[in-house]
Design a protein around this ligand. Sequence first.
Ligand SMILES: NC(=O)c1ccc[n+]([C@@H]2O[C@H](COP(=O)([O-])OP(=O)(O)OC[C@H]3O[C@@H](n4cnc5c(N)ncnc54)[C@H](O)[C@@H]3O)[C@@H](O)[C@H]2O)c1
Length: 439
Amino acid sequence: MKLSVIGCGYLGAVHAASMAELGHEVVGIDVDERKVATLAAAEAPFFEPGFEELLARTLATGRLRFSTDFADAAGSSVHFVCVGTPQKRGEYAADMRYVQGAVESLLGVLEPGDLVVGKSTVPVGTAAGLAELVESKVPGALLAWNPEFLREGFAVEDTLHPDRLVYGLPAGADGDTARALLDEVYATIVERGTPKVESDYATAEMVKTAANSFLATKISFINAMAELCEATGADVKLLADAIGYDDRIGRKFLNAGLGFGGGCLPKDIRAFMARAGELGADQALTFLREVDNINMRRRIRMVELAREVCDGSLLGKRVAVLGAAFKPDSDDIRDSPALNVAAQLQLQGAVVRVTDPAAVENGRRLWPQLDYADTAEEAADRADAVLVLTEWTQYRELDPVTFGKVVRQKRVLDGRNALDRDAWTAAGWTYRALGRRAG
Ligand SMILES: NC(=O)c1ccc[n+]([C@@H]2O[C@H](COP(=O)([O-])OP(=O)(O)OC[C@H]3O[C@@H](n4cnc5c(N)ncnc54)[C@H](O)[C@@H]3O)[C@@H](O)[C@H]2O)c1
C-alpha cells in the first residue's frame, strides 16, 4: 500500500520506518527541514534502540522516503497523523494546533476513498470534529482513530509487535471500509492474532488517555506508599515486591522513586483533566490532580534528601547527577524529573554536573544553564554527593568500589531504587533512597 505519515518525531519516524518494514511504500512528512534531512540521510534524529538500523534498512529498499512537502502525500491511500499534542503554555489542555494544521494540510491532497488515521494522543471529541472536516471538504474520504501505545526505548518492537490494535471507526458502511483499509495496513500484525478492539471514535481516544492515567496512578500509588514508608521506617521496595506477587496488582510500574516525566504521561493526564472539565465531568478525574501532586512532590523530596546528605546545605557542594533523559534507553528530556532536580539543586547553590549516555546533547541545547559531563566518572569527579536519577544499565552496573575513588564523599542517592544497596554500603557509601531507610 502507499502510505503517508505526517509528523516524524518519536512516534511518526518509527511508525513510517516500521510500515516500510511491513512492505508498504511510505512517505514521511514533517515541517522540520532538519529532521527530514537527517532521516533521509539514514540518521536517527533521536536515540531509540534499533531504530537507526531499521531506518537504514528500509530506506535502502526504496520503499521509504521523507519530505517537507505535503504534495508528496498525494497518491497515498492511508495518511497517518502523528504530530505532537503538547501541553498548552500556562494551561492543562492539549495544544491542538499541530493536529489541526496537519489535517488541514492533508485536505489538499486527499482523494475520495482515502483514509486519514489519527495516531496522536488527543482530547476525546477531536476525531469526530476532524471527521466532519475531512468528509465535508473531500466527500468520500474517511477518518479513523488508531491510538499508539509504543514505549520510548522499545518503540520499534512495540510498533512491529503491538500488544493490541485499537480502531476508532466511523459508523455503518464507512466503518467497514475504514476497518478493511486498516486491516490491510496491519495485515502482518493482524494475522499474528494480535488482539483488536474496534470502537467508536470517543472510546478509541479515551483508551489512550485512560491507559496513561492508569499507569501514572500506579506509579504515584507506590510513591505515596514511599512517603509513608519514610514516615514509618518501612521499606517501599520490599513492600512493592510483596504486593506485586498478587497478580491482580502485578509488580510492573511499581518501582518507587523520582516518578514519571517525559512527553506523554504528565501532559496526557493534565489534558484529560482539562477535557473532563469542559465536558462537565471534572469530578471523575480529580484524583489525577493528586496523582500529579504526588509525582511532583518526589522531585522536591529528592532535593531535600540531597541537602540532608550534604550536611544541611547545598551551597558550594559538588553534586553529580547521573541521568538526564526522563527514562533509560531514550534521549528524550521533555519534562525530565532528573533535569528538574538538577536545576533545583543548582538554584540552591550546588555545583551540579549532569551526565547521560544519550541525552547530554539535548540537555546542552535545551537546558544550557546546567554543566554537563560525558561520563559518570567525569561528572562525579570530587563530588560531595552522587544522584542516580535515570536508571540506565550503565549506572545500575557501576562498581561502587572503583567509582568510590573518584568522589570526595561517598554519598549516593538512588533516585530510582535501582542500585544494589548492600554492595554500595559494603563499599563504604552512605546510601539513601526515596521510601527506604538510610543504608
Ligand atoms: N513519544 C511517545 O512515546 C508516544 C507514544 C504514544 C503516543 N504519542 C503521541 O504521539 C504524538 C507525537 O508524539 P512525539 O513524541 O512523536 O512528538 P514529537 O514532538 O517527537 O514529534 C512531533 C513531530 O510533528 C511535527 N509536526 C508538527 N506540526 C506538523 C505539521 N503540521 N505537519 C507535519 N509535521 C508536523 C514536528 O516537527 C515533530 O517532528 C503525541 O500526541 C504523543 O502524545 C507519543
